[in-house]
Design a binder for this molecule. Structure first.
Ligand SMILES: C[S@@+](CC[C@H](N)C(=O)[O-])C[C@H]1O[C@@H](n2cnc3c(N)ncnc32)[C@H](O)[C@@H]1O
Length: 279
């Protein structure tokens, strides 16, 4: 999952919501628990303005929504995602936890203002790197935020070439010809034009374990973003990627398991009020 930003960027014949519908239950079971340490840190860095709801675009099954509610139980949370199946999982979880102050709404990160305005904070986890036009989403978050509100964005940057996901990206590029666009530097330069100031940035890495490299690959396909690659290229092409990567995965073997420490990036952006137009 980590560092795999390109996998959904090309889009498929189906919309992103439908592609993620197909993997929603698997994602919630396999990836959500593994990502909790990253989500915890992102939630720790959320700095809401004094009034207004907290917006969570690209919420998926909503692990971060639960964590956010625990930190700010008095605030209304508006969680959005284009995938109906992801939202259904979140609603079930909210019922199970007895949380009534979180609302769900189907929509993309690029149209957050269709669901929430005058937000005290935006929290986006592991979604920005999938978007074909991340600037469009950031511009919309800037419009959704009340003055002084902050957007906290956790995403997978381009992985280091020697890392497990760097090698996986190279295997995909050599097999399918799809590479991950380097969007962060351009987006970073444009932030002031959107009325967003980068006030904090950090890298974070946590150990994630898998039964085997094959299991990791399979869960990317049947429970994660490689579902889009499968839809675009078919099973045989995915098998060639898997074989190319398995020759040298970059994963560390620890007893009967393999482990990785994927590096994520966290940005905290403040809405400065000097807003430009959408990009
Ligand atoms: C890797 S999951 C992240 C889910 C959750 N935020 C987390 O950190 O576990 C990516 C999510 O992005 C959603 N997504 C895909 N395209 C999107 C878009 N254009 N706008 C908002 N969300 C999108 C998917 O439906 C999926 O739920």
């Amino acid at each position: 999952m980590a560092g795999d930003g390109s996998a959904l960027q090309g889009g498929t014949a189906r919309g992103p919501g439908e592609t993620w519908d197909a993997v929603a239950a698997g994602y919630a079971a396999y990836w959500s628990p593994r990502f909790v340490p990253y989500l915890r840190r992102a939630v720790e860095l959320v700095r809401p303005g004094p009034r207004g709801p907290l917006a969570v675009p690209g919420c998926g099954p909503g692990e971060e929504v639960i964590l956010l509610h625990r930190r700010f139980p008095e605030r209304v949370i508006v969680a959005t995602d284009p995938s109906a199946a992801m939202l259904a999982l979140l609603r079930a979880r909210l019922r199970q936890e007895g949380i009534g102050r979180a609302l769900t709404s189907q929509g993309t990160a690029e149209s957050l203002t269709g669901s929430v305005l005058e937000a005290a904070a935006v929290l986006s986890c592991f979604t920005l790197q999938f978007l074909p036009r991340p600037l469009e989403a950031l511009a919309d978050w800037a419009r959704a935020l009340a003055l002084g509100g902050t957007a906290t964005a956790l995403f997978w940057p381009r992985p280091a070439p020697a890392s497990a996901f760097g090698r996986l990206s190279a295997a995909i590029e050599s097999t399918l010809g799809e590479s991950r666009p380097e969007w962060e530097p351009g987006v970073r330069r444009e932030l002031p034009q959107l009325g967003l100031q980068l006030v904090h940035e950090e890298s974070l890495a946590h150990e994630i374990g898998h039964a085997s490299a094959s299991e990791l690959f399979d869960r990317l396909v049947d429970a994660g973003p490689f579902r889009a690659l499968l839809e675009r290229h078919g099973q045989a092409a995915l098998e060639r990627c898997r074989a190319a990567w398995l020759r040298d995965t970059g994963l560390e073997t620890r007893g009967a398991r393999v482990v990785d420490r994927p590096q994520a990036t966290l940005w905290v952006l403040e809405a400065s009020g000097a807003r430009g137009g959408a990009h």
